[in-house]
Design a protein around this ligand. Sequence first.
Ligand SMILES: [Zn+2]
Length: 432
Amino acid sequence: MDQGIAKADRLGREIEARRDDLIELTQALIRIPTLNPPGDCYLEICEFLAERLKRSGFEVEFIRAEGTPGDSDKYPRWNVIARREGKGSGACVHFNSHIDVVEIGKDWTFDPFGGEVKDGKIYGRGSCDMKGGLAASIIAAETFLEVYPDFEGAVEISGTADEETGGYGGVAYLAEQGYFDPKRVQHVIIPEPLNKDRVCLGHRGVWWAEIETHGQIAHGSMPFLGDCAVRHMGAVLSEMEKSLFPALAGRHTEMPVVPEGARQSTMNINSFHGGQKEPDADFTGFPSACVPDSARMIIDRRYLIEEKPEDVRGEIVELLERVKSSRDSFRYDLKELWQVSPTMTDREAPVVQSVSRAIEQVFSRAPEYVVSPGTYDQKHIDRIGRLKDCIAYGPGILDLAHKPDEYVGIEDMLDAAKVMALSLCSLLKVEA
Ligand SMILES: [Zn+2]
């Protein structure tokens, strides 16, 4: 028998034998309600992971991202990194999962933190994004370590905070501390839910900004005595409709972004506000008659690897200047809020090649290469850690993330664990 097939068969059988363990592990993770915001139960889930991985021979380190956004004594930003050294020196493969989950939202028919199993699926907030992926990577690593105890190199598993709110108290902090230095870690797999037969190479860029238009307050019965900031912002909006949105829609990319609609530049108007503050829901009075002297809009621009961040900004400045030239008394401020560069790992990179071959072995078909429309922690590993050999690969259907009745399929987790275990074999150069 071919050595590759023998290895795949052996690891496959061993992983199938751990089905119940995988289910229980996923349920246990879902039952720790790590809601973010505010960042609940981080220490609890890190301790749970540490206990588990210590039993499998890992050395465990707890790192609190002190002073990062949201970190406080009430809600400390805890992270855990577990490392198991092999028999000799070699590469280190790191599986990074975020431990936080987003708010529950409405319309659940399952207990969001119950981890109920029904028809081959495990339900709960974070099941798909991404406790199922975390559990699959743990089972994959444990299986690999048991079958190939003499491997050379190292295997790491981390559980990190705050991915859902930018990752500053999680992967960004760890990268700043050198945990993703390419001298220490060579290959990273992030088990985000991108479907079990796809390799996610990276993500589009992000540019957030706030536009404010200024006016002059006056009595609403005599608006000609003031200057309406909302009308100025209306002119900005209409210029966006006329020139910006069509231009963005026409800008296509080499990046294989999914879904298809995101394979171009996009911009969302995240919020728009002008004039008096919205009253509280229980306020029963009337608004007063005033001309608004300020209007603000937050824009969320997603950009492509073919675009430069300075051009993304420059395009908005030009648009505002065009509006200014056509309106007397138009004044504006533009404030940049957040910027993330696009990233896309090369298809020839070792981690891409290894995971692709493993997908072919498990599913007997070639993988699909995709790029995420939104960002995830790869940005920090790439830009702060300077580690380029990184992808997202994990079980679960991306569209279910953040939705009610989120679930992860048990078969999908088992299949993804097989792919991860085989990838460990090839990245750590283990012979059958
Ligand atoms: Zn996620």
